[in-house]
Design a protein around this ligand. Structure first.
Ligand code: PAF
Length: 300
């Protein structure tokens, strides 16, 4: 069903306490509505709004959280300069048909004395986990808290953060959270660059160089489509343009799409994941071989 923008932006209720959030979600469920939940860190772009649109299609009441979660940033990462503009975000969410925004302060999510962290095992130690130690403990912890506050719901996560989606799925299943997790396809700019709040950090030159990521993924996906199944060959095809343009490359790897274990050959399906820096900005992207279309749609 196509996404139909509401004729007038809804009145969005903004709450900052877990008590109000829980009350509103309980009340929605008591009337028989399903709750759709989109957790974010704000700095919203069309990718987030697509998640809200999908939540709107799947649920009667749509809740978005906006919280720049300190525990998922490592020392020296961009926590303090991460873009924050609550008013602009709320306007976009109103137009996307969101009903409730949860925008807590740090003490609401991490009350004084807070001393518990959620740690997902093997899935969170590889790839991003190896390059950003502790990152997924922070993500799993805050998402577990948010799920505890929202309660039974369908929760939407973008597939650009592919590993995050798998980690959150594992955590929700292991902790028996009454949450259906839905992964949403990557939303790309017309030239193919995956939408990300961190794209705002790129200079014009870096923005142009960042397209090498999608070029690499696209070339590998087309080679896969032509019959190549050797994981190292596919990585090589993707790596060539990325290495030529990026400031540094953290990984370009073909992994099992469900476990993220290293593989030698792609049988039916595998994920090709990329992380690199362009200038000072760290970017990630991926394509699921055997599932996603090659990501470049416009001729370049
Ligand atoms: O993907 C994000 O924006 C964040 O990692 C999330 C899921 C909102 C947790 O802070």
């Amino acid at each position: 069903m196509p996404l139909v923008a509401p004729p007038f932006p809804r009145i969005v209720r903004i709450v900052s306490s877990v008590r109000e959030l829980r009350g509103a979600c309980d009340q929605a469920r008591a009337t028989g509505a399903r709750v759709g939940f989109v957790p974010t860190m704000g700095a919203l772009h069309a990718g987030h709004l697509a998640l809200a649109g999908e939540a709107r299609r799947r649920a009667g009441v749509v809740v978005t959280s906006i919280f720049v979660n300190p525990t998922q940033f490592g020392p020296g990462e961009d926590f303090s300069r991460y873009p924050r503009d609550l008013d602009a975000d709320v306007r976009k969410l109103a137009a996307a048909g969101v009903d409730l925004v949860f925008a807590p302060g740090p003490e609401e999510m991490y009350p004084p004395g807070d001393d518990t962290r959620v740690q997902v095992g093997a899935l969170s130690r590889t790839l991003e986990g190896a390059h950003r130690p502790g990152h997924f403990d922070g993500v799993a912890t805050v998402v577990a808290k948010l799920f505890a506050a929202v309660g039974a719901c369908v929760a939407l996560f973008g597939r650009k953060d592919y590993q995050q989606l798998l980690v959150v799925r594992r955590m929700a299943s292991d902790l028996l959270a009454p949450v259906e997790i839905v992964g949403h396809p990557i939303v790309r700019e017309p030239d193919g660059l995956a939408m990300s709040s961190r794209n705002a950090y790129l200079s014009a030159d870096e923005r142009a160089r960042a397209l090498a990521i999608v070029e690499g993924l696209d070339a590998a996906a087309r080679r896969f489509g032509a019959g190549e199944r050797d994981a190292r060959m596919l990585e090589g095809v993707a790596r060539a343009p990325i290495e030529a343009a990026a400031t540094s490359v953290d990984y370009v790897e073909v992994r099992d799409a469900d476990t993220l274990s290293p593989i030698a050959r792609v049988e039916a399906r595998a994920v090709l994941v990329v992380a690199c820096r362009v200038g000072a900005t760290r970017l990630i992207d991926n394509v699921v071989l055997g599932e996603d279309a090659p990501p470049l749609t416009l001729p370049r």
